[in-house]
Design a protein around this ligand. Sequence first.
Ligand code: ADP
Length: 326
Amino acid sequence: SIGKTKNNEKADRATVEQAIDPRTRMVLFKMLNRGVFNDINGCISTGKEANVYHATKSDGQELAIKIYKTSILVFKDRDRYVHGDYRFRHGYCKHNPRKMVKTWAEKEMRNLLRLKAAGIRCPTPLLLRLHVLVMEFIGKAGWAAPRLKDAALSQDKLREDDNDNADIISKVQTGTWRSERGHLYIIDVSQSVDLDHPHALDFLREDCLHVSDFFKKHGIAVMTVRELFDFIVDPTITGENVDSYLEEVQRKIEARGDLSTEDEIADSVFVQNTGTCEECRRGHQRITSGEDTGDMYYQTITGLKHVLPQSATVQENEGQKQVERP
Ligand code: ADP
């Protein structure tokens, strides 16, 4: 039985060390020597794409180290995100797994920096070497904050998070949500794409569906997938009118109660409609170039169209705080 235990230990170690090939070990070793961190305490997660480790600095600061896997198996799925991303038209080497993971780590780093720049909560990226990304640890005393789907949150909190989320996705696509000290943090953004990506809006539609499904499952009345999508792509919604817009949406959701079968069907048609993407792009161009958009397919849903012009009026008239409804 002692032999068995030993083997188990070996197996455990092999699992934990899967991602730590000699090259990775060297990167970590150099980081240790430079004092980037003092200890690697253990593995937080062994995922399909990466393993994540918890580390601490000499001053006690906690860090997360994400080490991408070089295994070829995971690339097929990633390819649809990278293909078409103008940031990777050069230097993306399909036949060299090591270069590919490096690209993925770079993508994650850049996307995290972009989130930061947009004022969205996410782990602060600290250092990138090859396929090893060191970032701020979201959690406390070695315990990673729970994923949104694992966090035991009250309905009120979830409702708050839903608004938070709608706001976040309007600025970012793809990613996982974590909740920490009552806030949502976005993690895992190596697959986020730029708006120029030919499938950007398709990915967005999928994300809207996932977010909407999540909150629906928890019994929170949410925007339809279409409404959420519209909210995000509507360029006339700005920092100034977003609150009144969301208040109006909230009133609409409360008034309608559960979704009607018609709404549900319209939503699933929308989700499955792969033609919408191109239409949205054209629509977006028309709006930004000031063309007439009266007949536009994806224009903000009926019943909410009036919110925007009115919100604009509210901004002009400083004395009036509330959006008046007809
Ligand atoms: P993968 O692409 O392998 O899913 P993620 O970035 O989603 O990798 O990370 C996997 C898990 O590792 C997360 O669910 C979370 O538990 C943990 N994790 C990742 N980054 C952090 C971080 N910055 N702070 C705390 N935990 C993290």
